[in-house]
Unconditional design. Sequence first.
Length: 159
Amino acid sequence: MRVIVGVSDMKVSNDLEAVLVTYSLGSCIGVVIYDAVAKVGGLLHYLLPESKLSPEKAVKNPYMFADTGLPALFKAAYELGAKKQRMKIIVAGGSQVMDQAGFFNIGKRNDIAVRKMFHKNNVLIDYRDVGGIVNRTIKLEVKSGDTWIKVSGKGVKKI
């Protein structure tokens, strides 16, 4: 059963039939977490690095921002039995698709935000595919933890 994770969205599941997928990661970041023991997987597709850019929007949709979406992702996984120390973490996106001149650097700022938060909380990233000027799609199979990243023009890679 395919579960679509939209922009500024997050899904966590322990349904062994679920396949979490998010499309069109440009400057946005997709974060996959997976606990193989608990068979819990999660996927966050956040748009911007910091909720202080729009506190009102952060209250309505915490998944829009790294600093509010990441804690929500982990909390939801913990509620289903996942443990931080067992999690596989994959980060993808953060490209400069719309801003190739780097004027706003949203992709880079999004990548820095996730790396800072993870560093501060002693979370190690197992695999990163960020930057460039390409779109990415991420898919996570909850039953196995298998994860695939499709990069525009480069095909699909199983992580």
